[in-house]
Design a protein around this ligand. Structure first.
Ligand code: ZN
Length: 158
């Protein structure tokens, strides 16, 4: 049985999300993050990755990226949250999603998309609704730039 099921998301109201089908212990590997392994050169020349913040593109090593924007990659449905309960982990050319907190049955699985702070951050509003929400999709370590209540090294939500 999968640890998750696909449902309409509470965070991305126009889209879908993944929900825990049972209690999941912190440290549990939930699913693989799969896609097409492409070279950095392909990434550079592809119009698909014209955006400075490609959500589904992961840096694997100095030569290869992983393009997770494919229909068979269910993990791409995981939404960003400022109090994420999952994170991406990887080794070699493999990526997966791991629980970084104990997750209760019925909770939506969320990750930190890792977007940096830059001039266009306002294009990516965050509607995660968590008490820690900074209002925009920005990685944890950069949220202090948007809201002073976030200290540079705050890790309180982990
Ligand atoms: Zn948020």
């Amino acid at each position: 049985m999968n640890l998750y099921r696909i449902e309409k998301s509470n965070i991305d109201r126009t889209g879908r999300g993944l929900y825990a089908t049972k209690d999941i212990k912190k440290g549990t590997k939930i699913m693989d993050y799969i896609g097409n392994i492409i070279t950095k050169k392909q990434t550079e020349v592809s119009e698909k990755f014209d955006n400075t913040k490609p959500i589904y593109l992961f840096n694997l090593n100095t030569r290869y990226d992983l393009d997770g924007d494919v229909s068979w990659n269910t993990a791409r449905l995981i939404n960003h949250s400022c109090s994420n309960n999952c994170d991406y982990e990887g080794k070699g050319l493999k990526l997966w999603v791991i629980a970084i907190k104990d997750i209760k049955k019925g909770e939506e699985l969320t990750c930190d998309y890792g977007f940096g702070y830059d001039a266009d951050y306002k294009q990516f509003p965050c509607k995660c609704g968590s008490i820690n929400c900074v209002g925009y999709i920005i990685r944890e370590g950069s949220r202090w730039r948007v809201n002073k209540k976030f200290k540079k090294t705050q890790r309180a939500n982990r």
